[in-house]
Structure formats: C-alpha cells, structure tokens
Design a protein around this ligand. Structure first.
Ligand SMILES: [Zn+2]
Length: 343
C-alpha cells in the first residue's frame, strides 16, 4: 500500500495524524472552553460574565432553587465528574456539596468565591446582633446604625427567633452586598486564570469590566436608600438572607426563619414578629423566590403591612423573569424594596 503514496505525501499524512493525536491528548486544547460547574445559579451567572466565550458553565442548584436544602442528583455527579473547575460560595452554604464531590470523583480545581469577604457573624441574641458587625464596614450610614440594627433591643423577648441562627457561624449570603459580588468576580477570575492560563488576561479584563458595572449599580442603590427616611427602612422577609444587604444599604430585615431555610419557625416566632411589625410600624413584607410565601402573607394579613412583592434571595429567576442575572436580580430587589419603603 505504502508504495502507492509518495514519500513527501506520506510524511504529510503522518504529521497530520500526529497533530490530531496531540490535540486529543491535550486536556486544555485552546479551542475547547473550560468546563466549569457552579454550585448555584447566582454564581453560575458571575462565572459566565467573567468566563465569557472561554468557558462552558453549568450550575447544580438552578433558578428558583433552594441551595440550603438541595439534594444532588446522579446527573449532578456526572456534571461534576466532567468538570475542570468547581466554583462554590463557601461560608458553609453548600452543606451537601462535599458528599457530591466525593461521589463524583471530581478531580479538578476548586474556587471559593466568597474568599476574603468579611463574614457577617450571628451573635447570640437580637441585642448583640447589630454591634457585632458594626465595625466590619465603614459605609456612610453612621447616623442610621442604631436605627438599622436595634431589632429586638430593649425587650425581654427581643431575640426574634434567634435560636434558629447558627450561633457564632458566618452568614453565607455574602452576595447580597454588591461590594462582595465584585470580590466574587475577582476570585472567579483568578480561579479561571489558574485553571486556564492561556486566557488569564481575558478573565481578568472581564472581571474588571464587570466590577465597574457592579460598582455603578452599588452607588445608585446606596443613593436610593439614603433618600428614604431611616425609620421607614424596615421589612419582613421569609428567611434571613438579606443581612449583608441590610448592612450595606441601611435596611433592617426582620426574617421569619433563620439563615437557613431548614428550620420551620414556631407559632411563637411568628407571633413575636407580628408584634414587632405592629410596634415598629414596619411598612412592608416580602416573599422570596425560593421559599413558601405562606407565613409572610399571614404576617401581612395580621398586621396590615403591605406585601411588597417577590425578592430574589438565594437564586436567580428563570430566564425572561426579572432576576435572570445577578445584576438584574439585585436591581430588581432594590427597586421593589425602595418602592415599598417610600413614605
Ligand atoms: Zn438563604
């Protein structure tokens, strides 16, 4: 057979075969996007922004999903097994993830998106709650601090269901402060750069541009809330997901459940919140996209507070709804809150 192929032609064919072979054997072949798995939808969007065309992203907990109480599927294990990079929130948000990692045999790199943020701690009771993190940030709401953080202060039963808090633990919902979101984007960029050095510059460039958009929105939201009288900036939500938002933008969030969606609030917890809403004339209550609206609606009925709408707490909306990206969800939340709290 070989006799029929000239020597130069044979060399060319062999070279071509060799090229194909080496392409197949090189894991980070330049034309293949980096395979990234993000633990939940908000992170998935941040990875898409920073990774652009150089990554293919899939998420484990999808839109409107509850990442506190997630049960991974065999499909998740397959996704993770084929991934080169895993991006997680950290701060003990994804308690179900270590088992999945083990089961999938995942052998890629891992990025903790929240690395370097100042964790918001949960103190023992409502009284101490505010003072623990006052020094952790230096936003210009100083004159509002007492107003913003004194929920429960001064009454014997002011713990507002504090036993649902994981005492001393960090609040995992750090993405609810845009300054932290910018940090997430930088961490994701460094993680992508380490896993795929050929595109390191592109990842860092996109993180910079995205960071500028985040900063712009952050400034606009600060302005919005600063214009609302401090005593009006109080709302009820289903679970305690907005502590970072509250600290950053000067809004007090009274949560029916704790930092996790796992614990059902007791009737006494709900009664206590109804008392507080009446006493402090809390203007509005909000339902969340990941939790049942039942208790929040009950509180609205019994207090006359208005139902301000739906907030996106721990997950994006489905595409085509108002919170389909991290920035859209943030802007939507801020706009709904501001509209409900306006005198
Ligand atoms: Zn949550």
């Amino acid at each position: 057979m070989n006799d029929f192929i000239s020597a130069p032609r044979r060399r060319a064919l062999l070279a071509a075969a060799g090229l194909c072979l080496s392409a197949a054997l090189t894991p980070a072949y330049a034309a293949e996007p980096l395979k990234v798995v993000a633990s939940f939808s908000i992170l998935g969007d941040i990875v898409r922004e920073v990774g652009g065309k150089d990554v293919s992203v899939s998420t484990l907990v999808g839109p409107d999903g509850d990442a506190h109480e997630y049960e991974p599927t065999p499909a998740d294990a397959r996704k993770l097994a084929g991934a080169q990079l895993l991006v997680v929130n950290g701060l003990d948000f994804e308690a179900w993830l270590p088992r999945l990692e083990k089961a999938s045999g995942f052998a890629g790199r891992k990025v903790v998106a929240s690395e370097g943020v100042t964790p918001r701690k949960f103190a023992g009771g409502g009284h101490d709650h505010g003072h623990d993190h006052d020094h952790d940030h230096d936003h210009d709401h100083d004159q509002d601090q007492d107003q913003d953080h004194d929920h429960g202060k001064g009454d014997a039963d002011g713990d507002k269901g504090g036993h649902h808090h994981h005492h001393g633990d960090a609040d995992p919902h750090a993405w609810q402060n845009l300054a932290n979101g910018a940090r997430y984007a930088r961490n994701v960029a460094e993680g992508l750069a380490a896993a795929d050095p050929a595109h390191a510059d592109a990842y860092r460039q996109r993180a910079l541009a995205y960071g500028a958009r985040i900063e712009k929105l952050d400034a606009a939201i600060r302005q919005t809330f600063a214009a609302i009288p401090a005593e009006r900036r109080k709302v009820v939500t289903s679970h305690d997901a907005f502590g970072y938002f509250g600290d950053a933008y000067g809004v007090t969030f009274i949560a029916v459940a704790g930092v996790s969606t796992a614990a059902e609030p007791s009737a006494a917890d709900v009664a206590r919140i109804i008392e507080q809403v009446k006493r402090e004339r809390v203007p509005a209550v909000f339902v969340e996209n990941i939790t049942s609206p039942r208790l929040v609606q009950q509180i609205a009925r019994e207090t006359g507070a208005k139902v301000g709408g739906t907030l996106y707490s721990d997950a994006l909306s489905k595409p085509g709804q108002p919170g389909a990206t991290y920035l859209e969800m943030f802007e939507w939340n801020a706009r709904q809150l501001a509209a409900a709290l306006q005198p």
